[in-house]
Design a protein around this ligand. Structure first.
Ligand SMILES: [Zn+2]
Length: 352
């Protein structure tokens, strides 16, 4: 009997020990996984500097408990107020650390505007520190994400077209990939030295490489029963001046600027752009022809330079007839990107 009692006592003890161990393990596991972002429970002796400062200044808000623990303290004036204001603007601890480290001079501005994806901004390859205020200003006033705002400001779209522009020299103007728009001007006297006539009309000229590509494009169209003709290829500065001034006279400058380039700002002066027309020469391309052009011209080195729905970027109304030569490789990349050349240039060409 005595031996049996001892046995039962030992079994019960063992069961109790096992139960205790299970309970402890379960509690441990629950604690560990229920709050994976908190490394350690906050105990009174283990505050971070930020937490300490927030408490000392009566600025500690329970709902930001986790954020405070991850924000690196920085010795700046009004630190607690700034931190709470940034948190109220939905900045994460990671973003706040980036702001404190890289953009501390901007804190006042950031606090007066909508939330900026600061981590995205820091990663952009076309980001230019000198334009930071313009980026933020443009971003605040428009509904674009920060990456788009940066690209658009780099293009110059926060400024009125022609208000500020770069003027190329003759050597730069010869580059097949050159970007010409309302922010990039050609020298007045620039004329390509390798213009050749198109077979359609000897007075119609393009630079040799573009002319050869255009003949191939035309032939490819013929084979698929897509017939179009060039009607305005290379134009000198003087010719562009005459055309533009005529439009201004007829239609007013504001309207003219939406479809005609000012002299020096036209791709036609490059000898790399050509306007095409449908069979009757007075008609634009039909929708079918335009779609063919859209899907095939890049194979011969041309892009549709002013596509539909992109006027806010190109600064020109849709011009389905205007194609620009860039060479097959680049035209293919631009086509595949779905971007306008203005955007593509800023994102991928500028720093090459
Ligand atoms: Zn044109």
């Amino acid at each position: 009997m005595k031996h049996n009692k001892l046995k039962i006592f030992l079994i019960i003890t063992l069961i109790l020990i096992i139960l205790t161990l299970i309970t402890v393990s379960v509690i441990f596991v629950i604690k560990k996984y229920s709050n994976p972002t908190t490394n350690e429970p906050i105990d009174i002796t283990n505050y971070t500097k930020t937490e300490e400062i927030m408490k000392e200044n009566n600025a500690y808000q329970e709902k930001y408990e986790q954020e405070y623990a991850s924000i690196d303290y920085t010795d700046i004036e009004n630190f607690p107020t700034i931190i709470n204001n940034l948190l109220n603007k939905n900045y994460t601890a990671e973003e706040i650390n980036s702001i404190l480290k890289n953009y501390s001079s901007l804190i006042d501005v950031l606090l007066t505007m909508k939330h900026v994806d600061i981590l995205k901004l820091a990663k952009l390859t076309n980001y230019d520190e000198t334009k930071l205020n313009r980026y933020l200003d443009y971003y605040e006033k428009n509904d674009y994400d920060i990456a788009t705002a940066v690209t658009y400001v780099n293009i110059g779209l926060d400024l009125e077209g022609y208000s500020e522009y770069i003027t190329y020299n003759a050597e730069e103007a010869k580059d097949i990939t050159i970007l010409v728009n309302k922010y990039h001007k050609l020298p007045d006297d620039y004329e390509p030295d390798d213009l050749v006539s198109l077979s359609y009309n000897e007075n119609y000229k393009l630079r040799k490489e573009a002319a050869e590509a255009f003949e191939k494009l035309t032939s490819a169209g013929v084979l698929e029963n897509v017939i179009f003709y060039p009607f305005s290829p290379y134009r000198s500065f003087k010719t562009q001046e005459v055309i533009y001034n005529r439009y201004v006279k007829e239609d007013g400058q504001k309207n003219a600027d939406t479809y005609s380039a000012r002299p020096g700002f036209s791709e036609h002066q490059l000898g790399l752009a050509v306007d095409v027309r449908s069979s009757s020469l007075t008609d634009n391309l039909t929708e079918e022809q335009y779609n063919w052009m859209l899907n095939n011209s890049y194979k011969y080195g041309f892009i549709i330079r002013y596509p539909k729905g992109k006027q806010h970027i190109t600064q020109y109304i849709e011009e389905p007839w205007h194609i620009r030569y860039l060479g097959i490789e680049l035209a293919t990349k631009v086509h595949d990107s779905g971007l306008t050349y203005d955007e593509y240039y800023d994102l991928y060409m500028k720093n090459c």
